[in-house]
Design a binder for this molecule. Structure first.
Ligand SMILES: NC(=O)c1ccc[n+]([C@@H]2O[C@H](COP(=O)([O-])OP(=O)(O)OC[C@H]3O[C@@H](n4cnc5c(N)ncnc54)[C@H](O)[C@@H]3O)[C@@H](O)[C@H]2O)c1
Length: 444
């Protein structure tokens, strides 16, 4: 099937390349000329494992192409996916400007009836709104709007798309449903559940899934704090509850709070959606609060632990200290720093007088643009050399696998604050490293 993908970001590019891989002919369109020029020149504008191979393959097979010409792309296809951004607006709602603009552009360019598939994460009611915009700007043609939320995880996006847990789409048109079944027919023999539902349910499934996962993250972070306060151990606690099949082991590792381009904005948008529907979600409101308190609390914890280790006054402990922040991306295997812990923790440390050098294999350019006064490096030894303390924020393999016996010699002071629980407190104690992690014994 010939498909146009409007928006060639993390979701649009991965979805476009994967749809090409499963046999469709995809034109990925973006208004960002630099991005499209890069793609046409064989470069991949984001870091995503496995993506370059399938993009190259798609291009070589003549199944995948890139363009800034939306009108031409729409004229060539019957099915249009919208995968544009839905960032958080200043009032916490989802900013639907990109969606609305895309809908207007489709209506203007349409040369026949089209199926319009909304891949972006959007509040309930948006697909119907897209339908109204299309109808208002084009009286000649029929548009069947379908919701098809995306569940891929950055860092694992290609394999998530190629081996999905489920496929969800919502539509009120039998014809659009048949087209969606054709698009995803590749997965028919692979036992992938397909949930065909209403527009509203499909839109809400995406928000509910993100909110539930965010709640799990906030929950285990609160339990880790409680472990710290009571002397319990969060590793054993996670194991003890995660083995209950009704709970499940995933998302039960404490960390610096959820970040990234989805959970923060989607949980907040869901609380507003629920309030406006006169059905407030107190649980998700608490999750949002809990997550933002958690990261601020960690900022204070880092400064206090450093002061204890360095035996300095708590008030001005960070002035002129050099702190290595390991991991700037919001998680491993991505260059995405949207709402990453680094964007909260590094400015807090800098504000208190520290100089911060951030290490990340892929996210240094984005971090330098987003965090004032941060110095960055892709060489881990450069970050560690002369550091008065090390703060671990992302679970990259390069960070997970650090040999602390060797690296300790580079540090000015052996102080490691591990907000991903990557190392064992016993090992750090043996190495003489002062070590703070979450919900586990502190090594002082
Ligand atoms: N990033 C994720 O992990 C993820 C996962 C699931 C769902 N989502 C959702 O998918 C959507 C896209 O997210 P993303 O991370 O890919 O965003 P992104 O910002 O990386 O990409 C969006 C792209 O759309 C382009 N664009 C905007 N308006 C356009 C227009 N009118 N014509 C052509 N191009 C246009 C932008 O230039 C940009 O390149 C969001 O709704 C997001 O919530 C994201």
């Amino acid at each position: 099937m010939k498909i146009a993908m409007i928006g060639t970001g993390y979701v649009g590019l991965v979805t476009g390349a994967c749809l090409a891989k499963i046999g469709h002919e995809i034109i990925c369109v973006d208004q960002d000329r630099e991005k499209i020029d890069a793609l046409c020149g064989g470069a991949i504008p984001i870091f995503e494992p496995g993506l370059k191979d399938i993009v190259d393959e798609g291009v070589q097979d003549g199944k995948l192409s890139f363009s800034t010409d939306l009108t031409q792309a729409i004229e060539l296809v019957d099915v249009i996916f919208i995968a544009v951004g839905t960032p958080q607006a200043s009032d916490g709602r989802s900013d639907l400007t990109q969606i609305e603009n895309a809908a207007k552009q489709i209506a203007k360019a349409a040369n026949g009836d089209k199926v319009v598939v909304v891949k972006s994460t959007v509040p309930v009611g948006t697909c119907r709104r897209v339908g109204r915009i299309l109808g208002k700007h084009d009286h000649q043609h029929t548009f069947q709007v379908t919701s098809n939320p995306e569940f891929l995880r950055e860092g694992n996006a290609v394999s998530d798309f190629m081996r999905p847990d489920r496929i969800v789409f919502g539509t009120n048109s039998a014809q659009a449903e048949a087209i969606m079944c054709d698009i995803y027919a590749h997965f028919d023999g692979a036992n992938v559940p397909v949930i065909k539902t209403s527009l509203e349910t499909s839109e809400l499934i995406k928000y509910s899934a993100n909110a539930f996962l965010a709640a799990k993250v906030a929950f285990i972070n609160e339990m880790a704090n409680l472990c710290d306060a009571t002397g319990a151990n969060v590793d054993d606690l996670s194991l003890g509850i995660g083995l209950d099949s009704r709970i499940g082991a995933a998302f039960l590792k404490p960390g610096p709070g959820y970040g990234g381009s989805c959970f923060p904005k989607d949980t907040l948008a869901l609380t507003i959606l629920a309030q406006e529907a006169d059905s407030p979600s107190r649980i998700i409101e608490s999750v949002v609060d809990s997550n933002s308190n958690h990261i601020r609390r960690l900022g204070r914890k880092i400064a206090d632990f450093c002061a204890d280790c360095w035996k300095t006054d708590k008030k001005n402990s960070l002035i002129d200290k050099r702190i290595a922040v390991l991991g700037l991306a919001f998680k491993a295997n991505t260059d995405d720093i949207r709402s990453a812990a680094s964007t909260v923790i590094a400015p807090l440390l800098i504000k208190q007088g520290a100089s911060v050098i951030g290490f990340d294999p892929e996210a240094t350019i984005a971090a330098e643009a987003a965090i004032d006064h941060i110095e960055t490096t892709t060489v881990i030894n450069e970050a560690l050399t002369g550091a008065d303390a090390v703060v671990v924020l992302t679970e990259w393999d390069a960070i997970k696998l650090i040999d602390w016996a060797e690296k300790k010699t580079l540090l000015n002071a052996p102080v490691v604050i591990d907000l991903r629980n990557l190392y064992s407190p016993e090992m750090m104690a043996k190495l003489g490293i002062q070590y703070l992690s979450l919900g586990r014994p502190t090594v002082e």
